[in-house]
Design a binder for this molecule. Sequence first.
Ligand SMILES: Nc1nc2c(ncn2[C@@H]2O[C@H](COP(=O)(O)OP(=O)(O)OP(=O)(O)O)[C@@H](O)[C@H]2O)c(=O)[nH]1
Ligand SMILES: [Mg+2]
Length: 219
Amino acid sequence: MCRLRDHAQGFRRRPFPDLSFFISSFRSFCQVLLGDMGAGKSSLALRFVKGQFFDYQESTIGAAFLTQTLAVNETTVKFEIWDTAGQERYHSLAPMYYRGAAAAIIVYDITNADSFGRAKKWVQELQRQGNPNLVMALAGNKADLASKKKIEAEEGQAYAEENGLFFMETSAKTAQNVNELFYEIARKLPKAQPAQAAGMTLTDRSASRLTPAKTTCCT
Ligand SMILES: Nc1nc2c(ncn2[C@@H]2O[C@H](COP(=O)(O)OP(=O)(O)OP(=O)(O)O)[C@@H](O)[C@H]2O)c(=O)[nH]1
Ligand SMILES: [Mg+2]
């Protein structure tokens, strides 16, 4: 599903007249969302890609695929996102999605201590079996439900620091920190996975930072 690769492509020589002002590199990365069922993986993906949120989001069957593009400094980063199913019966499918992924967001629900425990198990599994350059983020989701909070941000932060992840509390419902989470991954990705074959492509600088992209398969 995810293959390690770089999709830099296009104009390898600077065209004439000099359009370098409009030229930046283009990178495409496979990313996976993992976490307990109901933690809010699909809701985060949907918020990021389509700006939508549903109070009654259906539980994911197997996995869902979405794409989104971000402009980060001189680089256009296309995320190919695998939103996996948190139900235990789908656990054995997960390696198909995280193997070869460049980034992983491990999501837990701040109102559910079990989901935090489950997130830790995912981190351990990725440390053992994931891509060694994997950029990992820990998202404490449902931050809007502060009155029902079971896991304090300090606990999530401390665990993330101990394990080399970066941490954010998010809310797919209010959009708190959702774009920030993906943007931070995009910023870290080119450093963690330097381009093997640098290429160039034209991008539209007038486009907004979050450009809706069509859904395609990244296999
Ligand atoms: N209040 C609140 N509810 C949320 C938030 N994110 C998700 N939800 C709700 O939590 C429920 C589960 O969300 P999903 O996005 O389906 O969770 P999931 O992790 O994709 O679950 P699986 O697909 O079963 O693994 C849904 O009813 C969402 O509306 C959030 O940030 N705040
Ligand atoms: Mg889901």
